[in-house]
Write a protein that binds this ligand. Structure first.
Ligand code: DAH
Length: 339
């Protein structure tokens, strides 16, 4: 009987199922009514009293070994990868959660796609810049308040190294290195020394656009922006231009789009006006063209700049800028990753 018990112990230790059904067969063979253990207990009844203690102990050890083995095999099977488990075609499919893109990336990608269709290329530039590319080449007067530390983060004040406050610095770099025709959009992160609130942040994203060629006019600018607005906000979107001022454009304008939440009727997002401001733009000032080595007698161009956070707010009805930076999954998982 001892031999039989030892043999069974070896069988238990060596047992390796190929399918989950084999584990069940094994359980029945060992622990079932007509299984090996019951046969042993049956035999045990005949054992003489003096050997009962020893043999009883061994049979119990065997029984525990069988139970432990089955429990371990079942647990392994549950955790095994699908390749091993694919014998069971009725199992529910695995429900892997896909990540979603950040709304800022979604909108930035969409802006890029729209302008690429108009023949624009995409360019980037450094976040740590110098005074020339962010201010001087763009016609900012020496005493302009943006050059103050209260508005701009300086990395090295003495050498006028700073974090760019707008992506217009990239258009300077493009014009310095390329002759017209130029048709480019420049997405990027920008930095301003602002207190953080629902409506302002010290880090945000802009997309800059620049188009320079012979005979480029304000009408071309209007038509490009109208195309953009319709692609971004829908075919029924309308735009209007309000006169404005930027040091690097002349004339300059701010662009409003009809409120896509109330279709222009007036709501609390557009503060009852029916219009939402989406960007600044204008004809590139001849001073800027000359500062960047482009002949302002021969060429004209337009530029525009928009805030990505703002466009995303209007598109998705987001009310607080801080949500973009908090990485709260309840917020982020609401955005489907289409592009
Ligand atoms: N750089 C401006 C800003 O940060 C936005 C802007 C306005 C860009 C007009 C332009 C433009 O290219 O023509 O507020």
């Amino acid at each position: 009987m001892i031999d039989k018990i030892n043999q069974l112990l070896e069988t238990v230790q060596a047992f390796q199922p190929a399918t989950s059904a084999e584990i069940e067969e094994f359980r029945i063979r060992m622990l079932g009514k007509k299984g090996a253990l019951n046969a042993l207990f049956e035999e045990f009844k005949q054992v003489s009293v003096d050997r009962k203690k020893e043999l009883g102990g061994r049979i119990n050890t065997l029984k525990m070994a069988v139970q432990d083995k089955i429990a371990a095999l079942k647990a392994d099977w549950e955790n095994a990868d699908t390749e091993q488990r694919n014998d069971d075609l009725s199992r529910p499919g695995s429900n892997d959660r896909l990540g979603t893109r950040h709304p800022i990336s979604l909108v930035k990608n969409q802006i890029e796609e729209i302008f690429k269709r108009l023949g624009y290329t995409v360019a980037e530039g450094p976040e740590i810049e110098d005074d020339w590319h962010v201010f001087s080449a763009l016609n900012f007067a020496p005493e302009h308040p943006a050059r103050d530390m209260q508005d701009t983060f300086f990395v090295d004040k003495e050498n006028e190294i700073l974090l760019r406050t707008h992506t217009s610095s990239i258009q300077v770099r493009i014009m310095e290195n390329q002759q017209p025709p130029i048709r480019v959009i420049c997405p990027g992160r920008v930095f301003r020394n602002e207190a953080i609130s629902a409506r302002a942040h010290c880090i945000f994203h802009q997309v800059e656009g620049l188009y320079i060629d012979e005979n480029v006019s304000f009408a071309d600018l209007k038509q490009s922006i109208l195309y953009f607005a319709k692609e971004m906000f829908g075919e029924e979107a309308r735009i209007r231009f309000r006169p404005s001022y930027f040091p690097f454009t002349e004339p300059s304008a701010e662009v409003d789009v009809s409120c896509n939440l109330c279709a222009g009727a007036g709501c609390n997002v557009c503060k009852g006006t029916g219009w939402l401001e989406i960007m600044g733009c204008g004809m590139v000032d001849p001073h800027v063209l000359e500062a960047c080595g482009i002949d302002s007698q021969k060429y004209t161009g337009f530029a525009f700049g928009m805030g990505v956070e703002r466009i995303a707010m209007l598109k998705y009805g987001i009310r607080d800028l801080r949500l973009y930076f908090e990485n709260d999954l309840r917020f982020l998982s609401q955005f489907d990753s289409v592009i």
